[in-house]
Design a protein around this ligand. Structure first.
Ligand code: APR
Length: 255
């Protein structure tokens, strides 16, 4: 429930961090990471596909899955949550968006300098020499269940091009983690939106913010346990973020 005090804390905040997971993109039609996978990948646990071993063992199966996901992102549009987060930046002195998502929906909603802790579907690179690869912005239509797609070859060393995401067992991009941690440690309000909070170290960020006295708010339609000092807005990100913005700034001109 959005209390007057929470709305006031957001209104008076000098630095807000918005930390998002797959649930923030769910209402754009992007399956969350732990949604049952469909079609070709139904029999896999995502963690079995999102690893460099899986890619090296079967590059076409893995690349096909990521191309299917990239195609879904290219077809998707930012939802009310992405738009409310971009709007929030116009009401507070400083807003930092830190996302676990590999789509570009925050950017397409107008958020700036988004920190991607787990990389991006739009930044593939050679698995051997690391050379970045530009993907066509329109991927050919994918059969709904997806299919195997032979990954491109690196123009420099002929290695396979791999998705530009962080796989299980891989380190997060150093710069992204330190920027995200610094923001969590300096903010007054930390909004954690649409994440199951089970993957570390990303899931550490709200705990760091709380430990340093920030107001921490979880937004999720599925209630989970949080400490008594944390707020929980139980509902879909789009509606909850629009309501929060209205409660806090509805009658207040953009600062
Ligand atoms: N609004 C808000 N939250 C939602 C919505 C919605 N409309 N729909 C679903 N959710 C919530 C789910 O209840 C769940 O808690 O979004 C969360 C999605 O959880 P995951 O699928 O685990 O995704 P995420 O938390 O982003 O996973 C973190 O784990 O597997 C790695 O790299 C992967 O970035 C991913 C990370």
């Amino acid at each position: 429930m959005i209390t007057r005090s929470l709305a006031e804390q957001l209104r008076n905040a000098q630095h807000v961090v918005v930390f998002t997971g797959a649930g923030a993109s769910a209402e754009s039609g992007i399956p969350t990471f732990r949604d049952a996978l469909t079609g070709l990948w139904e029999r896999f646990d995502p963690a079995q596909l999102a690893t460099s071993d899986a890619f090296r063992a079967d590059p076409s199966l893995c690349w096909g899955w990521y191309e299917w996901r990239r195609h879904k992102v290219l077809q998707a549009h930012p939802n009310g949550a992405h738009l409310a987060i971009a709007e929030l930046a116009r009401h507070v002195p400083k807003l930092t968006v830190v996302t676990q998502n590999v789509d570009d929906l925050h950017e397409r909603a107008g958020s700036q300098d988004v920190i991607h802790l787990h990389g991006s579907l739009h930044s593939p690179r050679c698995i051997d020499c690391g050379l970045h690869y530009m993907l066509p912005l329109t991927s050919e239509a994918q059969p709904e269940g997806g299919g195997r797609i032979e990954p491109p070859r690196c123009t420099a060393c002929d290695g396979h091009v791999r998705p530009g995401v962080v796989w299980f067992g891989e380190m997060m991009p150093e710069g992204a983690w330190s920027l995200g941690l610094a923001a969590a440690e300096r903010c007054d309000v930390f909004l954690s939106i649409g994440t199951s909070g089970i993957v570390y170290p990303a899931a550490e960020l709200p705990l760091r913010a709380l430990g340093l006295g920030a107001t921490v708010v979880h937004v999720n339609p599925v209630r989970f346990d949080v400490s008594s000092q944390e707020h929980f807005l139980e509902g879909p990100a789009s509606m909850m973020m629009q309501n929060l913005l209205h409660e806090a700034f509805g009658d207040h001109p953009v600062s």
